[in-house]
Structures are given as C-alpha cells and as structure tokens.
Write a protein that binds this ligand. Structure first.
Ligand SMILES: [Zn+2]
Length: 71
C-alpha cells in the first residue's frame, strides 16, 4: 500500500497517510480539516532535490565553495 504525503491547507500540517482503496478518506490529524492537498509520494527520500554540484559561490573551474586553491 502506498503512503502519500499530505499537507493541510488550513493549518499547514504535513502528515503522511497510508492509503488503501480508490477513494481515501483523509483528514488532517491536527485540526481534522478536509481542506488538504496530496503531495507526491516519496519512497525513501529525504531532503530536497538540491543538486550536489551546484555552482554556488565558487568559481567555474573548481567545485569548491571556498575556492582557495585555484586563484
Ligand atoms: Zn490541519
């Protein structure tokens, strides 16, 4: 059974719900609101999708952010 992540629009509570069936009856565990939206299911993922090799504040010839060796 898939686990979906939901976000309550009323109180902005993030919660997960184990969904079974075609028409899940999900409400916010914090304020019992039905005003929620389903987010994408995330299996085994944590954190954002920030790329590891972003340019950031370093230079383009090295991937370091402090860049003390190439200048
Ligand atoms: Zn809520």
């Amino acid at each position: 059974m898939p686990i979906y992540e939901y976000k309550c629009i009323d109180c902005e509570e993030d919660f997960e719900e184990l969904v079974s069936g075609m028409d899940p009856d999900v409400s916010c565990p914090k304020c019992s609101s039905r005003n929620i939206k389903k987010k994408l299911s995330l299996f085994g993922m944590s954190g954002g999708e920030k790329p590891a090799a972003s340019s950031g504040s370093g230079c383009s010839s090295c991937s370091s952010s402090s860049c003390s060796s190439c200048h």
